[in-house]
Design a binder for this molecule. Sequence first.
Ligand code: KG4
Ligand code: ZN
Length: 342
Amino acid sequence: MESIQYYQGKLLAIETSCDDTCAAILDGNRVLSNIISSQADLHKKWGGVVPEMAAREHLCMLLPVIEEALELSNTTLNSISAIAVTNRPGLVGSLNIGLTAAKSLSLSLNKPFIGVHHHEGHILSTLAQISDEYSPPKFPHICLVASGGHTELVLVHKPGKYEVLGSTLDDAAGEALDKAARLLQLKYPSGKSLQDAACKGNPSRYKLPIAKLKDPYNFSFSGLKTAVLRLVESEGEQLSIPDAAASIQETVAKTLLSKITLCLKNFNIHTVSIVGGVAANIRLREMLTNYSKDHNINVSIPSPSLCTDNAAMIGIAGSIRLAQDQKNSFNEDVYSSAPLDS
Ligand code: KG4
Ligand code: ZN
């Protein structure tokens, strides 16, 4: 495959699609700074993201976060050559803050901007170089995008050419983990709390279901959620939280791994990546790494800071598109949902 072309010059990337205010500075695919201001504390008392509050917090935090990203990378605003910003899919109020900032900077600096699909950002996060240890995936490869809002298996032919092989019919993997963690009364943000609780637990203590579906590349996690609810009700005080957390984590990781391996076999592909917040999960990373060693598969998993939402990945996706002379005009909008190929 031909080598990937990145935009020449320093790029500012912005991500505000949900509850993290993020800015990054990139030079090619090198990440010079990657700042994330989490809103977890703000939303934790509600047990989930409150969209109106998320948008207001982005409004307060985005410019300070951009300033910090510039400072940390020793970059001045005037030396920025282009701007990449998430404009789909996500919470409309939150996306709006990022896009408005990007348009304003683009107008005042007289530099191009590009709107980026959040999932394309996740898929290409494996190309972001944050240290000398760097193992980007070969193309084509199978990519599992597993986040709080989406779970998709994608055949990535090359940057910009994606074939969605399967997706969830109900809850996303992260959403299932979050809901299960809430039933166990673990603290928000839930995926990480569940992982922490699972460390001390026995993953085979509680038997939980893995959905069998007509289309084997699709996912369904609603049955798991119901099973966890029943488990909590039936065990009552007797329930071991570490064992339950470990059993849930194991079931989700096994489900994800089984679909990935099926795709690898059926498409005869030898490279795989996992991206998105759930790819930060230690057990899933371990299971996929072990599988890849046993089956001679190349595996690319971004560092945890590139798995959960961040602007560096948006910068990578934007940089590749800008290098192909793509850019947006000032009438560009935000979209709550959007197919990957939009
Ligand atoms: O990609 P992401 O940061 O935001 C979305 O685009 O949704 O993913 C967030 C999801 C949440 O459901 C969160 O619980 C999950 O990723 N997550 C984890 C871990 N860290 C974040 N799930 C399992 N283990 C983790 N360590
Ligand atoms: Zn995400």
